[in-house]
Design a protein around this ligand. Structure first.
Ligand code: PEP
Ligand code: MG
Length: 543
């Protein structure tokens, strides 16, 4: 038995025969082409075919994942049409007399390196996309199975050097049980899609998989990041037990649907779900969450090339409020900047983006963008049970400035005769050490707190949450963060306002009791964790 370690980016256990996807890829050699016009014609025919395929992938992703994930294929369509990319391919055909597939391959390499050498993480991740569209083009030119999909048997575990986002749905269609890639990161589009499609996936294993492993029996644990090649009988049995246990646990949890989340000590806890994208609404409704404790609205601003209009946002909030049917929806105002930005936002390049221009800082600097969002939420407040909370607050002055803008918006709406809920509760996200220290004063200003433990951990422990090199030290359940939580709860309760946690820590099933004993009133978790957390709440003694 050989054990290989990688980065688990999509949880779940998969077992099957290993397929090596890349070994089928033919070599593309350079050829001298006499008839340039015919070659260009051949190239454009292939491009049209690839474009059509991207359209199909868009439709498939829209059906299986949602709008945001599907958006990526729109980006790929734009990239395949990009003037510089086209120009490079065509000039290699025209002036160098290269064959089209070689021109695509050479251009792909050039653009891949260019993107990879960019400082910006978002632009860096475009390198993968260039490779994906180029592969599609070559595939169309050769008319073969360049992706090596044809030999993938249903139920197998597929290894590829790198996996492009478009390939994830192809792997799913071919019935791949799990995926392994040499390269990749947790936040790449491919990893996001693998999670959404529920394919256990491990990336970043380098050159751990050898060609001779092909066809061998493999177990992949997407949670631990471990791959077992030809597992021994004991390991195999342990994983069978693990799979059965998870299945049974999930079945057992179904009985918590419809139950109230009250501790045996008699305290009502709100078990809410986090939402990143409106396409997750049906999963949230199915999860039986008692509300939405964090709607990360910045995702409405990402994956596009201009700010969403007030009307567009209003329709989304209205629809959400109506579908939640009276259940609470806590809207977190725009938290762009740092790792969440788009070209159209024109943010300057920063040395230290996590400590820079993000969250409420951007909103207070751009009151019109902020007020557009507030107007949309207040207009929608007629159709649902909304609360609003503000990210990255570091001072009392900041929240007062925010409240002044809120007042302006309410006045504007009143003057126009537009109806809205006057009493939408306002809250502060406590996610900076400054906000934690000032929590007693901030509690005088708002109606609730929600602790963003992801950022509170990052800033308290001085550990970059995006940096995989310090990932093993990143622990929200560390003494310093716990003491902050204790202090925040004490200060909030002294002023009679409730405190929730909406960071990943709330989904950690091993510490629910600890958090409830600290006095937490609400836990906002991933939809998949709602029932497990409710179960923990019900069995907790917290009062
Ligand atoms: C947090 O920081 O814990 C949080 C919930 O916000 P985000 O993860 O969106 O920064
Ligand atoms: Mg945060």
């Amino acid at each position: 038995m050989i054990i290989i370690n990688g980065l688990g980016v999509s949880e779940g256990i998969a077992m099957g025969k290993l397929s090596l996807r890349n070994i089928n890829r033919p070599n593309i050699s350079k050829m001298y082409i006499e008839d340039i016009d015919a070659e260009i014609e051949r190239y454009f025919a292939a491009k049209n075919q690839a474009y059509k395929k991207l359209d199909e992938m868009y439709e498939s992703a829209l059906k299986h994942c949602g709008e945001r994930e599907a958006e990526l294929f729109e980006v790929h369509k734009m990239m395949i049409e990009d003037d510089d990319y086209q120009e490079s391919i065509l000039s290699l055909i025209k002036s160098e007399h290269h064959n089209a597939e070689y021109a695509v391959k050479a251009t792909s390499g050039k653009f891949f390196d260019m993107f990879l050498n960019m400082d910006d993480d978002y632009m860096k991740s475009r390198a993968e996309d260039v490779r994906a569209i180029s592969r599609m083009l070559v595939d169309s030119l050769i008319g073969g199975d360049i992706d090596g999909m044809k030999d993938i048997e249903p139920g197998s575990i597929v290894f590829a050097e790198d996996i492009s986002p478009g390939e994830i749905s192809k792997f799913k269609q071919r019935g791949a049980a799990g995926l392994i890639a040499s390269a990749g990161s947790k936040n790449s589009h491919a990893s996001i899609l693998a999670r959404v499609m529920g394919i256990p996936t491990i990336v970043g294993i380098g050159d751990g998989i050898k060609e001779e492993f092909c066809g061998k029996h493999v177990i992949l644990d997407g949670s631990s990041g471990e791959i077992y090649i030809e597992p021994d009988e004991k390991t195999h049995k342990n994983f069978i037990i693990k799979i059965e246990t998870t299945k049974n646990q999930n079945m057992q949890l179904q009985k918590y649907k419809g139950k109230e989340s009250i501790t045996s000590g008699g305290k009502k806890i709100d078990v809410y779900a986090n939402m990143n994208n409106p396409s997750e609404l049906s999963e949230i409704l199915m999860s039986d969450a008692e509300g939405i404790g964090l709607f990360r609205t910045e995702f409405l601003y990402l994956g596009r090339d201009s700010y969403p209009s007030e009307e567009e946002q209003f329709q989304i909030y209205k629809n959400l409020g109506m579908n939640m049917n009276g259940k609470k929806v806590i809207v977190r105002t725009l938290d762009i900047g740092s790792d969440k930005q788009e070209k159209y936002m024109n943010f300057p390049k920063e040395e230290n983006p996590a400590l820079g221009y993000r969250g409420i800082r951007v909103c207070l600097n751009n009151p019109e963008i902020f007020k557009t969002q507030l107007r949309a939420i207040y207009r929608a407040s007629e159709y649902g049970n909304f609360s609003i909370m503000f990210p990255m607050i570091i001072s009392v002055d900041e929240i007062r400035e925010v409240k002044k803008l809120v007042l302006d918006v309410k006045q504007e709406l009143s003057e126009k005769g537009i109806k809205f809920n006057e009493n939408v509760p306002l809250g502060v996200m406590i996610e900076t050490p400054a906000a934690a220290i000032l929590s007693s004063d901030l509690a005088d200003e708002v109606q609730f707190f929600s602790i963003g433990t992801n950022d509170l951990t990052q800033y308290t422990l001085a550990l970059d949450r995006q940096n995989s090199m310090v990932g093993n030290k990143f622990n929200s359940n560390s003494e310093a963060v716990i003491r902050f939580i204790e202090m925040i709860v004490k200060n909030a309760h002294a002023k009679n306002i409730p405190v929730g946690i909406c960071g990943e820590m709330a989904s950690d099933k091993d510490i629910t009791e600890q958090l409830l004993n600290l006095g937490i009133d609400e836990l906002s978790v991933s939809p998949k964790s709602v029932l497990a957390i409710r179960k923990n709440v019900i069995s907790s003694n917290a009062k």
